[in-house]
Design a protein. Structure first.
Length: 425
């Protein structure tokens, strides 16, 4: 087995997770950054990261990193780190297709003594039960005799400039004690916050999937409370601020739960639980609440319009923000589209404006044509869906200027004071 200090490294998948990893390792050692998207490779080779996670300066500092979309270039690597997405399908079942295809790519170039590390979020057992057989089949090698595996779950938070790869403690694991030590030392070479060596790959997989499941359930609770408080005529933010004066009250807020992690990962855990004969109740209840928030928001908007005697059928509504979170271009699994689709079902014409989102991606992923500049005094309703800094800086008065004299401003993110909007989540 090659030593950590000299083994050529390959990162498979250069998205929000893989690129920061490739860059940090590329500052220290030879790294092949591989992605099947030739356009992505061309952008990175030109020093541009469209995800905005890595600056041009950091890309330039990774002097040992080279990019490729040719699988043959992977043959020189001895350690492979797989960082591809693990989405769910239309039926909310785990879709391991990207993971299996990445494993096939690695399996074709795997050699004796190599290590394959997975960072993608999966259910406990997926690495050894789903990925390893693919590696064995394509390579003709035997697991834990000829090659070895590791797992180190990603903890990237898109758009977060404070919590970065190097400053977030990294969980590591290996398929043998020696591999576990090698994997841990590998990540310790770039992660200044330190590492946590888990007892097994399955423990590390489970730890990752419950991180986001826990957050999902906490947000589901607050979303349900927001629904209750709305019926009671109480401002949710006021209640949460009062409760937050207690030292151990958790500061969660209501909202649309999207993104590639929180809105997806719980389904990986429930899928595995059901395969083992257990039907989860609390986790799925939380998912139902969060998945239903788009319809709830649209319904509240329509009710508020009706109360103001605004004709709903044929009305125009402006939705501000499409990305799954603020100050970030990430459109993956955004639940703002649920609000848009529900409003359209009421016969409302909806325009979407987002200064962070890529128009081509929005059109490709969701069939939405973004409005570059909303019209003044043109809308019967405005939904402030994402708390981008640009919207905060504009202020409520400027945002209201997009609406007609009779309008409804729905502030989902509590961006402004309660008296500045007509409706808050």
């Amino acid at each position: 087995m090659s030593t950590v200090s000299d083994a050529p490294l390959a990162i498979i998948g250069l998205g929000y997770v893989g690129l920061p990893l490739a860059v940090e390792f590329g500052k220290l050692r030879p790294v092949i950054g591989f992605d099947i998207n030739a356009g992505r490779i061309a952008d990175l080779a030109a020093g541009r990261d469209r995800t905005l996670e890595v600056s041009a300066e950091d890309l330039a500092e990774a002097t040992h990193l080279r990019y490729s979309c040719d699988p043959e270039d992977l043959r020189g690597a001895r350690i492979f780190i797989v960082t591809v997405p693990t989405p769910i399908d239309a039926h909310k079942r785990p879709d391991l297709t990207p993971l299996i295809r990445a494993s096939e790519t690695v399996g074709k170039v795997l050699k004796k003594g190599d290590i394959v590390i997975y960072e993608s979020t999966v259910y406990p057992g997926a690495t050894e039960e789903d990925c390893v057989p693919v590696l064995e089949r394509l390579s003709g090698l035997r697991f834990n005799e000829d090659f070895f595996c590791g797992y180190s779950p990603e903890r990237i938070n898109p758009g977060d400039k404070a919590h970065r790869l190097t400053t977030i403690r990294k969980v590591t694991a290996g398929s043998t004690p020696e591999t576990a030590d090698t994997v841990d030392a590998l990540y310790a070479s770039i992660v200044t916050a330190g590492t946590w060596k888990a007892e097994s790959i399955r423990v590390a997989e489970a730890a990752k999937v419950i991180e986001n499941t826990q957050r999902d359930l906490n947000i589901a609770l607050i979303n349900e409370l927001a629904i209750i408080f709305n019926r009671l005529g109480l401002d949710t933010e006021a209640v949460l601020k009062a409760a937050g004066t207690k030292w151990n009250f958790l500061p969660f807020r209501p909202g649309l739960v999207g993104g590639h992690c929180i809105g997806v990962d719980p389904y990986y855990l429930t899928h595995k639980a059901e395969a083992m004969g257990y039907h989860p109740q609390v986790i799925l209840a939380g998912r139902r609440i969060n998945d239903g928030m788009g319809a709830y928001v649209a319904g509240q908007m329509v009710k508020a319009m009706l109360k103001k005697r605004i004709q709903v059928d044929g009305a125009r509504v402006l939705v501000l923000g499409l990305t799954f979170k603020e100050n970030c271009p990430d459109l993956r699994n955004t639940r703002v589209v649920d609000v848009v689709n529900e409003l359209r079902d009421y016969g409302i014409s909806v325009d979407v404006h987002d200064p962070w989102a890529d128009g081509a991606e929005a059109r490709h992923e969701y069939g939405l044509d973004l409005v570059a500049r909303p019209q003044a005094a043109a809308y019967d309703g405005i939904v402030l869906a994402v708390a981008h800094a640009q919207f905060r800086d504009m202020g409520a008065a400027a945002i209201r200027a997009f609406g007609r004299k009779l309008q409804v401003l729905y502030d989902l993110k509590h961006l402004f004071e309660v008296e500045e909007s007509d409706l808050r989540l």
